[in-house]
Design a protein around this ligand. Structure first.
Ligand code: TXA
Ligand code: MG
Length: 345
């Protein structure tokens, strides 16, 4: 398949190109598009054949449900049932934005989209290109992250092209992605909402709006024996090609251990905070951003993992970061990328 690549930025929306993208979706095709979290791989959420194509393009198991993206809050009620007061409060506070909510689904949503579940995950992105594209597509776009299954989510169009060229009809290049980690997922189907995947909208932020928010116990505890409630969290996700180890502890000790380990490993790279770059002299260093700005670190992490792949790094040694606020999402992705390979010093 020949993939059309079209540059459309938030401050220069090209109506003709958006219309073309919408026509592709309505005809059952696939279009990769930017959102504020990561690039998505879109198809018509109400067309079972489109959802099947998404799974095929990603090489993703079809029991892993897709998120349905909308561009108007009213459209939620066409696909979801039993929208609670808690859900309304959360939507008022964070929609449009990087937050996905899970509801009981209506029958218009095919099981091909929900991976056989009776629930549907819904997100209303704030990114202007995403919003215009969803409207032009008929209002309901199913989209996982636009990476091949198991690879880090793409935060730059060049990584979407790397994974999806020839597999989708069109890729919208919307430039750099602001947040760089996938949306927070909250299950709203019970009276006690539960975070199934941490993201930019943190537990603390949600609890400013609704009383108590639980967190799926499997998220940060790598020894937890329960099954994660979001099917996608069960797979080895967000993985770079290299083996990866996270070293946790006080900065000086971490640096000493990483320096020691790097001598035993060939072709190794270090992921560290800007403030610690000087501690890794003579090594391949990936500066992921300043400890003063966790949003910056979060927005760089997938790019850095992809760079390690591009440079054929065979072993990644990473510093550990705080798990407060967006740090919870950052550490969740980092620990998954490392296949739970983490040591304390
Ligand atoms: O930020 C995002 O959410 C991005 C952009 C493109 O919007 N999308 C994204 O999709 O990260 P994906 O497919 O890579 O991750 C969706 C996650 C998976 O872990 C999936 O199992 C979970 O959402 N999920 C979807 N529907 C669900 C449902 N009904 N119940 C539980 N988990 C669900
Ligand atoms: Mg994904």
């Amino acid at each position: 398949m020949k993939t059309i690549i079209s540059v459309i930025s938030e401050d220069n929306i090209n109506d003709e190109e958006i219309k073309k993208a919408g026509e592709i979706i309505k005809a059952g095709g696939l279009v990769a598009f930017p959102t504020e979290t990561v690039y998505g791989l879109g198809g018509d959420a109400l067309n079972p054949e489109s959802s099947k194509k998404i799974y095929a393009a990603k090489g993703r198991p079809s029991d892993n449900p897709l998120i349905v993206h909308i561009a108007k809050k009213e459209d939620l009620y066409k696909i979801a049932e039993d929208v609670s007061e808690n859900a309304e409060a959360v939507m008022d506070a964070f929609w449009p934005g990087p937050l996905t909510l899970i509801f009981k689904k209506k029958s218009v949503v095919p099981y091909e989209t929900t991976g056989g579940l009776d629930t549907v995950a819904v997100r209303f992105p704030v990114h202007k290109v995403a919003a215009e594209f969803i409207k032009a597509s008929g209002g309901f776009v199913a989209a996982p992250s636009a990476n091949l299954s198991g690879r880090p989510s793409p935060t730059l169009a060049k990584y979407v092209i790397q994974d999806m060229d020839g597999r989708v009809d069109m890729i919208i290049d919307g430039g750099n992605i602001p947040i760089g980690l996938e949306s927070t997922i909250v299950d709203m189907t019970s009276d006690s909402p539960m975070i199934l995947r941490p993201g930019f909208v943190s537990k603390e932020m949600l609890e400013e709006v609704i009383n108590q928010v639980n967190v799926d116990p499997t998220i940060l505890d790598s020894n937890c024996k329960e099954r994660p409630k979001a099917p996608g969290m069960r797979y080895r996700h967000y993985a770079p090609k290299a083996d990866m180890l996270i070293v946790r502890g006080e900065a000086g000790k971490v640096a000493a251990e990483i320096n020691r380990l790097s001598k035993e490993k060939e072709n190794c790279a270090v992921i560290c905070a800007k403030e610690h770059v000087h501690m890794y002299e003579g090594m391949t260093v990936k500066n992921v951003g300043s400890l003063e700005d966790y949003d910056e670190i979060a927005s760089n992490i997938y790019r850095v993992l992809r760079e390690c792949d591009d440079e054929n790094v065979s072993y990644i040694l990473s510093e550990s970061f705080s798990d407060k606020g967006i740090g919870a999402a950052l550490m969740n992705r980092l620990i998954k990328a490392a296949g739970h390979n983490i040591i304390d010093v």
